[in-house]
Design a protein around this ligand. Structure first.
Ligand SMILES: Nc1ncnc2c1ncn2[C@@H]1O[C@H](COP(=O)(O)OP(=O)(O)OP(=O)(O)O)[C@@H](O)[C@H]1O
Ligand SMILES: [Mg+2]
Length: 364
């Protein structure tokens, strides 16, 4: 309580006690004492007189608010002009009570404390929400990383181990076939079909391995991988797919390449599933310090509500992938005029993003 009049202070205490409050109260009447009290004991509520000989309530309010924005301030004063009341409330005072109407004090105090508690509760709830959001984000990074890592591993194993086993089998079969008696025509023939069968199996193994993780992405870089994927897409769907790029030097950044490549695949899958397009134009460009991929189809055009639907997990995943590397994903749809997906990711990422990414992905 900032109050210079001892008798008034006693009356105020009396009113609080009469109102059934249990409290401890420190009365101060100078700036130094006020500051010391607020700093050391962080009160639940501050009662202020408006004018004191050496200090005034409004200055006290301004000072204390800086360090303790959440403490309620109630002015307890003699008669007040309207402008003063307005100034007080504008400055962030919670309430004011006239000294000749002290019956209003306890209700005012209780209301102020109730509001303070609600504010703190809301703040905690927001904090919990933010935390859980952060954890979900970290989890999603981790899952994406694990998935990619597993794909790379399985892809290599399938390619190397199955590939080698099949090649070995083929050589053995050849060895056997050359030693078969010429007159055993049907067995010779059987050996031939077996060999052909092994060849197609080798092709299948290569295809599965490439679908899991195209080696071209790691060997020749992003541009080559996008071109390869576009050709595959065109072959499979009959939808024309053109890639233009001004990125001639391969960028050997595995995370960046993976993000762009997986976003591209997801975009093409959406074209097949939703767009009813006949043509897709893809561009990969360097713009300043970022790499920008743009995929434009000539289909029905994505609708506003489809972009923002919380169930759009595919789009959400693409956005997350870009955001994880400090980038952005932008969608644009024109009814009947196609959809454009634009992804932009910085090539050299700030240290913090790099660190966050690695902390999230390289656990264990
Ligand atoms: N190229 C496109 N043209 C028109 N509509 C599209 C296009 N891409 C996406 N959409 C619309 O946006 C929606 C959300 O896409 P999103 O990829 O998030 O989900 P999805 O493809 O339906 O399912 P999944 O989660 O398996 O990817 C789609 O259901 C579709 O209605
Ligand atoms: Mg999709």
């Amino acid at each position: 309580m900032l109050e210079d009049n001892v008798a008034d202070a006693e009356l105020i205490k009396f009113a609080l006690r009469e109102g059934g409050l249990l409290f401890s109260l420190a009365r101060v009447d100078s700036k130094t004492a006020f500051l010391r009290e607020v700093e050391q004991n962080t009160p639940d509520i501050i009662l202020l007189d408006y004018s004191l000989p050496s200090f005034d309530g409004l200055s006290a309010l301004h000072i204390a608010q800086k360090s303790f924005p959440n403490i309620p301030f109630i002015f307890v004063t003699g008669t007040l002009g309207e402008e003063v009341v307005i100034e007080m409330l504008k400055s962030g005072a919670t309430d004011y009570v006239l000294k000749n109407r002290l019956s209003r004090l306890v209700p005012a105090v209780l209301r102020a404390l109730g509001e303070k508690e609600a504010r703190e509760e809301r703040h905690h709830a927001e904090e919990r929400l933010r935390k859980s959001h952060e954890q979900l984000r970290a989890l999603s990074v981790y899952l994406q990383y694990v998935r990619e890592d597993e794909r790379i591993r399985i892809s290599r194993q399938v390619h190397d181990e199955l590939g080698q086993a099949l090649t070995g089998l083929k050589l053995d079969l050849y060895w056997l076939a050359t030693r078969l008696p010429k007159e055993l025509k049907s067995i010779q023939k059987k050996a031939k079909t077996m060999s052909a069968h092994i060849d197609t199996t080798i092709q299948t193994v290569r295809r599965i391995s490439t679908e899991l993780r195209p080696g071209i992405l790691d060997d020749l870089g992003l541009s080559a991988a996008l071109e390869w994927q576009a050709q595959e897409f065109q072959k499979r769907t009959g939808i024309k797919c053109l890639v233009v790029t001004d990125v001639k030097q391969p960028i050997m950044d595995e995370e960046l390449n993976t993000a762009f490549f997986r976003i591209f695949q997801e975009t093409l899958t959406n074209v097949i599933r939703h767009a009813q397009a006949t043509r897709v134009e893809v561009s990969l460009r360097k713009t300043g310090r970022s790499l920008q991929l743009q995929v434009q189809d000539n289909g029905r055009g994505i609708l506003e509500h489809e972009m923002n639907d919380t169930k759009s997990i595919g789009l959400l995943g693409m956005r997350e992938r870009a955001a994880l590397l400090g980038g952005t994903l932008h969608l644009k749809g024109t009814p009947g005029g196609g959809t454009t997906v634009t992804v932009k990711i910085p090539i050299a990422r700030p240290k913090e993003i790099e660190i966050a990414y690695h902390e999230n992905t390289h656990r264990g």
